[in-house]
Design a protein around this ligand. Structure first.
Ligand SMILES: [Zn+2]
Length: 268
């Protein structure tokens, strides 16, 4: 709790202790940004709790097909060990055992699917990914989709808009306000609708308060989730940036936890 609010980090990446530092260095290198933490579960729980984070949506995208099974098993074990963690699993669009991978993900009771088109090297609207989207859509599980990169267009908002048209029941969390480094395009292209949500992660440090308020007004406070992108940003500082937006009490409550809790209970 902070300022009287129950708070969920709706976007937290974790790794097994053995490889956490290396994985975090890899992300740091990819984005040319310093990382605040090292990607270990214990470190996330401690630092999150100290700053006032009550719960975490944990995830980790598989950068290669061969990682899918072990990542999903790891995430499920963390969710089982720590009741404050809800886990999304991962899939890889180039897997030749997609049906088995997805069956395993569901058997592990993972609550959604994290995809990262830039790490996994596929355009969001790649026809090769359509059978995967079809399966996910039928299950009612949501996708947490990494969105946006100013250096590439694999995760460009227009590609997500295309997929949303093709899969009318697919539920998506468009991370980073729908487009990291592509916030303007996300605002222009992505329209709020019943099955798309947005998270605030890795955006608050880059945008002026007024721009963030405009994005929230456009997407609707009822459609936004607070996310920190652990291990990237300091929990305390991210919360300070969020409260500096001076949203209403109701908006704070919705974005900090209620929207995500309600959305995860729905299953299309
Ligand atoms: Zn992410």
């Amino acid at each position: 709790m902070k300022n009287g609010y129950h708070i969920i980090d709706a976007h937290a990446h974790i790794f097994p202790d053995k490889i956490a530092e290396k994985a975090t260095d890899g992300i740091s290198h990819f984005y040319d940004l310093p990382m605040q933490y090292h990607g270990r579960v214990s470190e996330m729980l401690e630092n999150g709790a100290a700053a006032g984070i009550d719960s975490f949506l944990i995830c980790s995208p598989a950068t290669t097909v061969s990682q899918v099974y072990s990542i999903n098993a790891f995430l499920a074990s963390c969710a089982a060990a720590y009741p404050m963690c809800t886990a999304f699993g991962t899939l890889h669009p180039r897997s030749e055992t997609m049906e088995e991978d997805f069956a395993q993900l569901q058997k592990l009771q993972l609550h959604g699917v994290k995809l990262h088109p830039d790490f996994q090297n596929f355009p969001i609207d790649d026809p090769a990914a359509y059978s995967m989207y079809d399966m996910i859509q039928s299950s009612g599980l949501p996708i947490l989709m990494h969105m946006g990169d100013s250096r590439s267009d694999l995760s460009h908002p227009y590609r997500l808009a295309m997929v949303l048209r093709q899969f009318p029941k697919l539920r998506i969390i468009a991370a980073h306000f729908g487009g990291w480094g592509r916030w303007k395009e996300a605002h222009e292209i992505l329209q709020p609708d019943g099955r798309i949500r947005f998270d605030t992660s890795s955006s608050l440090p880059f945008l002026p308060v007024e721009e963030i308020r405009k994005l929230i007004a456009h997407f609707g406070a009822e459609n936004c989730f607070f996310g920190v992108d652990y291990p990237m940003w300091d929990y305390g500082e991210e919360l300070e940036r969020f409260f500096a937006l001076e949203l209403s009490d109701a908006e704070n409550r919705m974005i900090l936890s209620e929207n995500l809790t309600n959305w995860l209970e729905e299953r299309a």
